[in-house]
Design a protein around this ligand. Structure first.
Ligand SMILES: Nc1ncnc2c1ncn2[C@@H]1O[C@H](COP(=O)(O)OP(=O)(O)O)[C@@H](O)[C@H]1O
Ligand SMILES: [Mg+2]
Length: 512
């Protein structure tokens, strides 16, 4: 029998107020791809940070290749052959690719000067060994996120990693880049006999890449399975601890009249560079138009211009036939637009206000919430807040609790509940389920589909392509501020969309 390369023995990690890891025992076998899954906050990163020596567990032991880790320190662990690519990269932007890769052990001329030629040669050797190419002499700040990730992987390999931990590596990748990454993983496992631990919450990826899968829930390891023995539905249910149904969302009715039109819109970003280039689109009542784009291709500026948060350089925006170009967010809201913003804490919610107060924003002046025209009717406010709280399945310490103390998923439900309660004909929704757990995602998706079926015109922007596909009637791809393609969601695949998102394919003269 083969010996495990890693043993976690009864690992617990207590943070103030949170037991992030609760008595976890797990063996990782050499040469396997082990997927670690679980909802946000389940304790995955903590367990991997312990393995990498960044954190010292409150109790329990870690053994690497039959040796107990005495002192939790990344330097020790790296020496034992463990490498980690973090969720947030740790590269020096102004340094070249080669400089970043060799940073731990820099080649020197006469023992003093950084030997750039030797560094690049060492990197080229690695590239050949592992079949991974990178632009050695380009500064890291000038390469794509997918390429930066490759640099992180090569950096770990340069230090001699045999066991590679990847924390949510695909969160920032396009479908093509994800496929490439999986190719790399398969290659290093098969040919270099490496062991890979991959953290993800995308269940299709677990099925595609892993040999075994471990499921974490609220700090506990609740299951370890051979991947071939499970399916996505089982894994989702294990993750949330109750049955989760991925039912097809019911779509009723056909799109109607245009509700929002954007003509030849040009918007500058915060640095004054053109972010949206003469973009035109038409959004109809009763349809969801999804935007598929890699971050930084104009989608945020497009939405901020439509919602009045950013100035319009040129072009025209109309809502229900009314020209709202250049109006402020309040006027645009009056014209019939509601907005679920990308960053729920910065612009969506006031964390220091109660849930009830947050739900009431924009409605304070309605007669039903006032007595004699100037006194707030507390009882009416509370009754309203409680009704919405129940209807949107918000779970927390009640409507009088501070919004800032709730979990991300529940904060998001508050923002959605408030914005949807205006019954606006046009809804702009950004990242509706970022950082939200599987159970709440189901709920939010069905509320969005319900709005569509009731006739709302919905513009959806999400970094999660699965979400864009699941909800949209039509999908547009944006690349460098332009629409590169417009499709019926049922007539295109994720892989094809990826080509339009990266600008490697383009439809002629595209408008949506
Ligand atoms: N350094 C820390 N200090 C305090 N609490 C932490 C720290 N790191 C993580 N936590 C908490 O531990 C829990 C597990 O977090 P984490 O391991 O990051 O989860 P996951 O990676 O599965 O999303 C969360 O409740 C998180 O807030
Ligand atoms: Mg994490």
């Amino acid at each position: 029998m083969r010996e495990p390369v890693i043993n976690f023995k009864h690992i617990s990690m207590q943070f103030p107020g949170v037991l992030a890891n609760d008595d976890i025992s797990l063996d990782i076998m050499p040469g396997e791809v082990f997927a670690l899954i679980g909802e946000n906050g389940a304790g995955k990163s903590t367990l991997m940070n312990i393995l990498y020596g960044i954190q010292t567990p409150t109790s329990g032991e870690v053994w690497i290749k039959g040796r107990r880790v005495e002192e939790f320190d990344p330097r020790n662990v790296i020496e034992q052959g463990v490498g980690m690519v973090h969720q947030h990269f740790m590269l020096v932007p102004s340094f070249t690719v080669a400089q970043n890769i060799v940073m731990s052990k820099e080649p020197r001329k006469h023992r003093i000067f950084f030997d750039n030629a030797a560094a690049e040669a060492a990197v080229r050797k690695l590239e050949e060994d592992y079949g991974l190419t990178v632009p050695e002499s380009v500064p890291v700040e000038d390469i794509s996120v997918g390429m930066q990730q490759r640099v992180e992987i090569l950096k770990a390999l340069y230090r001699g990693a045999e066991i590679l931990i990847l924390d949510e590596p695909t969160a920032v990748l396009t479908p093509q880049e994800t496929e490439e990454l999986f190719g790399v993983i398969r290659g290093i496992v098969r040919e270099k006999h490496m062991t890979v631990i991959i953290i993800t919450h995308k269940l299709d990826e677990v099925m595609a890449i892993s040999d075994r899968v471990g499921v974490m829930r609220k700090g506990k390891l609740v299951g370890i399975h051979e991947t071939r023995d499970v399916n996505q539905q089982m894994l989702a249910s294990l993750m949330v601890g109750r049955p989760v149904l991925f039912d097809e969302l019911e779509r009723t009715g056909e799109p109607g009249e245009p509700a929002l039109t954007v003509e030849q819109l040009r918007v500058l970003d915060h640095r004054g560079l053109v972010a949206v280039r003469d973009l035109s689109l038409e959004l109809r009542a009763g349809e969801i138009l999804g935007i598929a784009a890699i971050e930084g291709n104009g989608q945020s500026e497009l939405i901020e211009a439509i919602t009045g948060l950013m100035p319009v350089q040129s072009g025209r925006i109309t809502i229900l036939g009314k020209d709202v170009t250049g109006q402020d967010p309040g006027e645009i809201r009056e014209a019939g637009l509601a907005h679920v913003p990308e960053d729920r804490l910065a612009t969506g919610l006031s964390g220091a206000a109660t849930v009830a107060e947050n739900l009431l924003v924009g409605k304070q002046r309605e007669a039903r919430f006032n007595r004699w025209g100037f006194h707030q009717n507390q009882a009416a406010v509370r009754a309203y807040a409680e009704e919405v709280y129940g209807r949107y399945d918000i779970r927390g310490a009640g409507v009088e609790a501070l919004a800032g103390d709730m979990s991300g998923g529940n904060m998001q439900k508050v923002v959605i509940a408030r914005e949807f309660s205006f019954d606006s004909p046009v809804l702009i929704i950004s990242q509706p389920t970022r950082g939200v757990d599987v159970g709440a995602i189901e709920f939010i998706h069905s509320r969005i589909m319900e709005k569509r079926n009731q006739g709302a015109a919905i513009l959806l922007s999400s970094a999660d392509l699965d979400e864009v596909f699941r909800l949209s009637d039509r999908i547009i791809t944006l690349y460098e501020g332009r629409i590169t393609g417009c499709f019926r969601a049922s007539e295109i695949t994720k892989e094809e969309i990826g080509l339009y998102m990266t600008g490697s394919r383009q439809q002629g003269g595209k408008e949506a």
